[in-house]
Design a protein around this ligand. Structure first.
Ligand code: PEP
Ligand code: MN
Length: 263
């Protein structure tokens, strides 16, 4: 169902009026984690000021260590919804397990499936049954073929509102957090009718590399990007080293706006 053989034209995902995969390049921006009211409202203000249309943020966080901050849970969802509405943004947030799916769906516009859950097949089927837009991250060591099949699990439940997110894969390289695989953009576009966006933040994990890789994603033909921003990245509770402050984010978005019409 996700293959171009099945559906030759590009699919456009309609998120309550916001089109992803159409002519407009869509930016999703926000903190890695929702940390509190002031932080998420301030970040939503920044996101909107730069031209983002979707607020990202985690309330349930898949942290490497069980002792790291795990997210604010439902309180985080509530705060994020309020902040998104205040700045006229859509909302994307991760669901980690089926048990929280109904709860997350009450608040979010787009369900994010994190890299660590790309092959959690029961979860993929459950989000498939919701019918809601789903953004499916590539697994940490996921091949493109495995990623396409993961999307097929969602589609097989009757939900074709799927957006791929390239977020880098694990390789032997240590200078970046992951190896950002931009070739996935044209490859996915060749094999599937569904849109793909890029996540330069997790893709490289190094602040200085975010802008060039974001622009490269646009040049590669992605339908948008998802990027981590924070009012004070050095104080972020998660992923500070890859989060942009307001000035760097606005500078990046200025360059995106210049390039976008030419792509
Ligand atoms: C995130 O978006 O903050 C996240 C945890 O991403 P990933 O699943 O790609 O690691
Ligand atoms: Mn993160």
């Amino acid at each position: 169902l996700v293959s171009r053989d099945f559906h030759p034209e590009n699919s456009i995902i309609n998120v309550d009026g916001l089109l992803i995969g159409g002519d407009e390049y869509v930016t999703m921006a926000g903190p890695c984690s929702v940390e509190g009211r002031e932080q998420i409202f301030e970040t939503a203000r920044m996101a909107a000021a730069g031209g983002a249309k979707v607020l990202r943020g985690g309330a349930f966080k898949p942290r490497t260590s069980p002792y790291d901050f795990q997210g604010l849970g439902e309180e985080g969802l509530q705060l994020m919804r309020e902040a998104a509405d205040r700045y006229d943004l859509k909302m994307i947030t991760e669901v980690m397990d089926e048990g929280n799916l109904d709860l997350v769906c009450q608040y979010t516009d787009i369900i994010q499936i994190g890299a660590r859950n790309m092959q959690n097949f029961r979860l993929l089927e459950a989000v498939g049954r919701t019918g809601k837009p789903v953004a499916l991250k590539r697994g940490i060591s996921g091949t493109i073929n495995e990623w396409l099949h993961a999307a097929e699990y969602i589609a097989a439940q009757g939900n074709l509102n799927i957006i791929f997110i390239e977020r880098g894969i694990r390789t032997y390289e240590q200078m970046t957090r992951n190896t950002f695989d931009l070739s996935a953009v044209p490859i996915i576009q060749g094999l599937s009718h569904l849109p793909i966006i890029v996540d330069p933040s997790h893709g490289v994990g190094v602040r200085e590399c975010i802008k060039p890789m974001a622009l490269a994603g646009l040049a590669a033909g992605a339908s948008g990007m998802i990027v981590e921003i924070h009012p004070d990245p050095n104080k972020a509770w998660s992923d500070g080293p890859q989060s942009l402050n307001e000035a760097d984010y606005l500078e990046m978005m200025k360059e995106v706006a210049i390039l976008e019409p030419t792509m």
